[in-house]
Design a protein around this ligand. Structure first.
Ligand code: SAM
Length: 279
């Protein structure tokens, strides 16, 4: 059988969150490519895993790939781990996985902890549709542009943020998304000071400002999506606009239709314009 690259999730805090399978796989491979070998060495020690480690991080991933692919081609099974959670999720590994795939090597996920999914599973916001946005920019001007782009997103959004930026980031979110937008705050998941709360963005600003401990540790923010536009069928909208256009201008009719139905003004205006010829 040809060699395989195992992408192995590791705990995001609580060491017991390794799966039986992940331990078996890490024991069985000939080499483990790790984001930080010192960090992973502690995990391996805890589980009595003696497999050698080699560094594979953002700064050397491109150079390391050729060596690792060569080993895989020679029939050696390898594992990829990051410091915590699932590799590739705001962590290195993408280039190696892509190279393995391009070289016809089977890539096998060994699922486990992921802070984004753990947060989503516990904060109590809709989880049927969500987007993972990773880390926003550390520059405020850039972050505001990113938030503006997300403002009308209707699905739940998951964001990672560093503790020293959490307050300014949540303040920016409140400014762009509005004070009343619901937010899930998941800090230090699986660790001693685990804090999982759901509130509004305005409340979260106060919560973080009043308790400096909330600006420490690792944090996931889960933002509720923008309210869905009301679902109005085309026939009803046309009926309403046709009636309004008998007495009002295109601009006034579309404004009123938007106010009454909750659909976007631009959408109502465009349709009113199309219908105005026929009225
Ligand atoms: N690969 C990891 C995963 O699967 O979640 C994420 C790595 S990323 C470099 C680190 C970020 O993940 C942190 O800044 C924080 O936003 C989030 N994170 C990781 N562990 C966490 C924890 N125990 N509690 C809350 N957030 C955590």
């Amino acid at each position: 059988m040809s060699a395989q690259l195992f992408v192995v999730a590791t705990p995001i805090g609580h060491l017991d969150d390794m799966t039986f399978r992940s331990i078996e796989i890490l024991k069985s491979v000939s080499l483990i490519a790790a984001e930080d070998t010192r960090q992973s060495a502690q995990l391996l020690k805890h589980y009595n895993i003696s497999t050698p480690l080699t560094a594979c991080h953002d700064h050397n991933e491109s150079n390391k790939i050729d060596i690792l692919i060569e080993k895989l081609k020679n029939g050696e099974n390898l594992a990829l781990v990051s410091d915590a959670g699932t590799p590739l999720i705001s962590d290195p590994g993408f280039k190696l996985v892509r190279a393995a795939q391009e070289n016809g090597i089977k890539v096998v996920p060994i699922p486990g902890a992921c802070a984004a999914i753990a947060a989503l599973s516990a904060v109590g916001l809709p989880s049927d549709r969500f987007s993972f946005e990773g880390f926003l920019s550390s520059k405020q001007s850039q972050r505001l542009i990113q938030l503006e782009k997300l403002k009308n997103e209707t699905q739940t959004m998951i964001i990672y943020e560093a503790p020293h930026r959490i307050l300014e980031c949540v303040k920016d979110m409140a400014n762009v998304f509005g004070n009343d937008r619901p937010v899930g705050f998941a800090r230090e998941i699986t660790k001693t000071f685990e804090t999982i709360r759901k509130m509004t963005l305005q409340e979260l600003v106060a919560f973080i400002e009043n308790d400096h401990n909330q600006q420490k540790g690792e944090i996931v923010l889960v933002i509720g999506g923008a309210p869905e536009e009301k679902n109005l069928d085309q026939e009803k909208l046309d009926e309403l606009l046709t009636r309004l256009l008998q007495d009002l201008s295109v601009k006034a009719a579309s404004q009123l239709a938007a106010d009454l139905t909750g659909i976007k003004k631009k959408v109502a205006y465009q349709r009113a314009l199309e219908l105005s010829d026929k009225v």
